[in-house]
Structure formats: C-alpha cells, structure tokens
Design a protein around this ligand. Structure first.
Ligand code: HEM
Length: 247
C-alpha cells in the first residue's frame, strides 16, 4: 500500500521554528551578541591604553592604577582592590553572554566545516576569511579570557611592581603572549564587522583598512607594554615590595 503523505498542516506544525531559529529570537540574539561585542571591543581599546602607561614609567602606571581603584576616595590613597574584583566579575558575565550567543554560529558538524572550507576556496572573499578567523580566535578566547579574569578576581593587586611580578614570576606572560594577539584580532575585526553589518558605514574597504591600521597599532602598544613589564619584573628582587612613589 502506498504511504499516505502527511497533510500540509501537520508538516507546517512540525517545522515550526523554535528557540533561536525563530526569527524574532534570532534577531534578539544577534543584537545582544553585537552589543556585548562592542562593549568588549571598546573596553579592550581603553584597557590596552591604560595598561600601556607603564611605558611612561612606574609612576605613571601607579597613578593610573590608583585612580581606577578609587584611590581618591580611600583614606590611605591606595584605593579599593575590591573594585577590581567586582569589575572583573562583571566583565566575565559580559564575556560569557557574548560567547553563548556566538556559539550558535559555530559549525558543529564535520559537513559544516567542509562546506565552510569549500566556500573559502571557491570564493576567497576577505570577509569570509575574517569570519573564519573570528571563529578560531573566539574559540581560543573562550578559554583564555576567563583565566585572566579569574586571576584578577583572586589576586586583584595591580601596580608597577605587583603587575610585573605577576607577569614574570607568576608566568602571566605565557597567557598574555596568546591572549594579546587573539583578543586584538577578534576585537578589531569584530568592531569592523559590526559597523558593516548594522550599516554604520558604507565605506567597507576604507573601514577594513582603518581596522588593520588600528590592529597593528594596538599590537605594537601591547607588545611594548609586555616587554616593559618583563624588564621591570626581571629587575625585581624577591620577595617583591609594592612600588612606592617618590622612593
Ligand atoms: C575587567 C577586569 C580586568 C582587569 C582588572 C585587568 C587588568 C589587567 C592588568 C593590570 C594587566 C597588566 C598585567 C598584569 O597586571 O597582570 C592586564 C593585561 C592584559 N589584559 Fe586585562 N584586565 C581586565 C580584563 C581584561 C579583558 C576582559 C581582556 C580581554 C578582552 C583583557 C586583556 C588583557 C591583555 C591582552 C593583557 C596583556 C596586554 C599586554 O600584553 O600588553 N583584560 N590586564
């Protein structure tokens, strides 16, 4: 006996989009991913500049760290490391929200990876390549960023000597050598993609060129800062004494 085809209504009911495949939820998820991505990207640009104040000397970095820890509001002038802990926990939540909404785009099956590679060979468009590297760097950051944020929550001491001690004597340089390129590439190309996607610019090529210039600049700034921490850290005698301005 020939199989009776399902009535059209039943097919429609079983195919009903659910969760993030529903267009309204997919649009909301898209927006949340972009908003959290922009927050993180802009934060990184500011963060690398604050942190590079070490290039202006120990005193400059000390003042920046004290200011960010609310030094002017504390009696000792040394600020409140708990602010660093709270802010780090908040950033961890933003990172997790961003990652969860990004994960739904990750190719999970071998067939999807094959299709992506074929697409890249067939149409080697720069934006397809950027999307591919966004995915690889995003995957690495899923592991690297929480390590950095947990370190800041459990050991929130920041200063020219204390940071240099963390970088050299607690081997944080190993993390930063991977984190710096991965997060800079991911953040800057992410901001470029958001500006094109949401129609903030029509000058795609000019924007891409600008993104590459900013990327190179941030990498130079980050590497120079890391080298400065390493030079300071190697010159410290143990046990490390916190930096005191004017001494
Ligand atoms: C919100 C809490 C955060 C605090 C308090 C913080 C603090 C610091 C400090 C003080 C350093 C200098 C070295 C050290 O003391 O270990 C550093 C380095 C670094 N941070 Fe953060 N960070 C935070 C979040 C983040 C996030 C969310 C990212 C990435 C998205 C990030 C990326 C980096 C990178 C790449 C370096 C190394 C820079 C270089 O090599 O020059 N940080 N961070």
């Amino acid at each position: 006996m020939a199989a009776t085809p399902l009535p059209a209504k039943a097919v429609l009911l079983t195919d009903k989009p659910r969760g993030f495949s529903h267009p309204v939820w997919a649009a909301r998820a898209d927006r949340l991913q972009s908003v959290t991505g922009v927050i993180l990207g802009l934060f990184l640009i500011v963060h690398l500049h604050f942190e590079s104040s070490i290039l202006l000397g120990k005193d400059a970095f000390y003042q920046v760290a004290q200011f960010l820890e609310g030094g002017i509001f504390s009696e000792t002038g040394h600020g409140f490391p708990i602010l660093t802990q709270i802010f780090s926990a908040f950033m961890l939540i933003v990172v997790l929200v961003h990652a969860v909404f990004a994960l739904r785009r990750f190719p999970t099956q071998i067939g999807q990876w094959r299709a992506l590679r074929q697409q890249m060979q067939f149409l080697p468009h720069e934006d397809t390549k950027i999307w591919f590297w966004q995915m690889i760097s995003g995957f690495l950051l899923f592991f690297l960023v929480p390590v950095h944020l947990f370190a800041m929550m459990t050991n929130p001491e920041i200063g020219p000597h204390l940071s240099a001690e963390r970088v050299v004597h607690q081997n944080a340089w190993m993390l930063y050598v991977l984190l710096l390129p991965a997060v800079t590439v991911h953040a800057i190309f992410g901001l470029y993609r958001v500006s094109v996607k949401w129609g903030l610019t029509t000058q795609r090529f000019a924007m891409l060129k600008l993104a590459k210039v900013i990327l190179a600049y941030l990498m130079v700034l980050g590497v120079a800062s890391l080298v400065a921490y390493i030079i300071i850290g190697r010159a410290l005698s143990l046990p490390v004494v916190p930096f005191v301005p004017g001494l």
